[in-house]
Ligand binder design. Structure first.
Ligand SMILES: C[S@@+](CC[C@H](N)C(=O)[O-])C[C@H]1O[C@@H](n2cnc3c(N)ncnc32)[C@H](O)[C@@H]1O
Length: 341
């Protein structure tokens, strides 16, 4: 492949060379360098030939998809499949009282209705995504949903939960307007299911979901951001039907560790008095205690631990240093909870 250190910034770039370099990086598992290659070289490629620009632009989309296929920047079906498979296993282990209402609390702004779509297609009467943040890009959300629905239609064996009927599963997929979603029109794509699949753009406590109606309420990477823990846990308790099931993945880490600049690790914020204004820094046992205090029973509690770097551990604030090993070293946790009958 081209030796970049030998080439001047103005060296000519060919489409074949661009693709060969991208393919070589992907084939050797160098996904991050492949992304850098795409970002830096593609504008140069597009600039070299004014006549062929549209054709070349297609490669932007194509190369982006290849990167997603290689596991970088997962979106749509790939993102959904991972979460849906996990949640279907949770349901299989503990059972559901009904398929009345599903809620994805803190569903995010990018693909807010992916999980809601999955549970609606699997027989839930209503499925909500709820988040403060408005949809960041409705066209992107629509295209991602079109890909999700297409995948669900083609691979029912991957997406059908136990107990789902195939005919009704396929009929529900057809209730979405796939053509509109493919054009990037989210509202039109959802028009026929607007009473069943809905994005509630607000705090969960203001979402107007019927108390006692929720059979399954889940969240991914939300409860570390919730500041009014007693208020929100009590509210979701009231939303659940008796026997209603909950799954919560809680990211207990200092999120600055995800910058990958080496300045912070998952535990750095346990050494600083004033930091992380958007993280509550509750430790694993405190999160569990909050759900118990609201009335939930705990069915599964799986903290994920990792070694604390020695330098960081030495500087833990006294209140964290006094905690159990698990509370000190858990960087994430999975909780399965239930509202008692
Ligand atoms: C880190 S994001 C996770 C998004 C998504 N669940 C995912 O896995 O990609 C946390 C989201 O929770 C939302 N959130 C936090 N508290 C909330 C609340 N009380 N009601 C609704 N959304 C909330 C935030 O706005 C944010 O979009």
């Amino acid at each position: 492949m081209t030796d970049k250190s030998q080439s001047s910034p103005a060296a000519p770039i060919t489409e074949a060379g661009f693709r060969a370099d991208l393919d070589a990086l992907l084939a050797s598992g160098k996904n991050e360098p492949a992304l850098t290659h795409l970002i830096t070289e593609l504008p140069r490629l597009l600039g070299t030939n004014k006549i062929n620009r549209k054709e070349k632009l297609k490669h932007l989309t194509f190369a982006g998809r290849m990167l997603q296929g290689a596991g970088l920047g997962k979106y749509g079906p790939q993102k959904l499949e991972r979460k849906a498979t996990n949640l279907a296993r949770v349901v299989k282990r503990h059972g559901l009282r009904s398929r009345r209402t599903f809620v994805d609390l803190g569903c995010g702004a990018h693909e807010p209705l992916g999980l809601a779509t999955y549970f609606y297609v699997n027989g839930f009467e209503k499925a909500f995504g709820s988040d403060f943040m408005p949809v960041s890009d409705a066209a992107y959300a629509a295209l991602s949903m079109a890909d999700i629905l297409t995948d669900m239609y083609i691979f029912p064996e991957t997406y059908m939960m136990d107990g789902t009927d195939l005919d009704s599963y396929l009929a529900r997929i057809k209730n979405f307007d796939l053509g509109a979603l493919k054009r990037g029109d989210l509202d039109a794509g959802l028009a026929r299911v607007a009473h069943n699949v809905e994005f509630k753009c607000c705090d969960i406590v203001e979402a107007g979901i019927e108390p006692g109606s929720v059979s399954f309420l889940i969240s991914y990477a939300v409860f570390e951001h919730v500041m009014d823990i007693p208020g929100v846990t009590k509210h979701i308790y009231d939303l659940m039907e008796p026997g209603g099931l909950g799954f919560h993945y809680i990211d207990l880490a200092d999120h600055r560790a995800y910058r990958h600049d080496g300045d912070y690790n998952e535990f750095s914020f346990l050494t600083e008095e004033d930091c992380a204004p958007n993280l509550n820094r509750l430790r694993a046992s405190e999160q569990v205690a909050a759900f118990k205090a609201a009335g939930f029973e705990i069915l599964e509690n799986k903290p994920k631990q990792k070694p604390i770097p020695e330098e960081t551990h030495k500087r833990y604030l006294p209140r964290f240093a006094a905690m159990s090993d698990v509370d000190q070293s858990a960087h994430a946790m999975r909780l399965v909870i239930r509202k008692p009958l």
